[in-house]
Unconditional design. Structure first.
Length: 101
């Protein structure tokens, strides 16, 4: 799935196709995940239909900083991939050169 909710990915697709989006659902999602402050930041962008630009705050309403959202995504991926990387890099080195270890 990834760091962006399926509803928001669908909203971006509709926006790219110049289709009307359901601003009520988007604002409910933003309010549920980011609170009233996030709704105030996003609402002006969603008033004009068709919506040409989905604000970053709507995609990641839980944080007001793009850098924080990026670091959270990187951290999550790094935690998931580290065991695979370790198995692919360290295990063959130990098997092929076991005297060094």
């Amino acid at each position: 799935q990834g760091p962006i909710d399926g509803l928001m990915l669908e909203t971006v697709q509709q926006s790219c196709r110049d289709l009307p989006i359901d601003t009520g659902k988007v604002l409910d999602y933003v309010k549920k995940n980011g609170g009233e402050e996030a709704v105030k930041a996003v609402k002006p962008w969603l008033e004009k239909q068709p919506v040409k630009l989905i604000p970053r705050r709507a995609l990641h309403p839980h944080t007001s900083s793009a850098v924080v959202a990026t670091l959270e995504s990187f951290s999550g991926v790094a935690k998931k991939i580290f065991p695979v990387y370790l198995a692919l890099a360290l295990v063959p080195a130990m098997v092929l050169r076991y005297k060094i270890f």
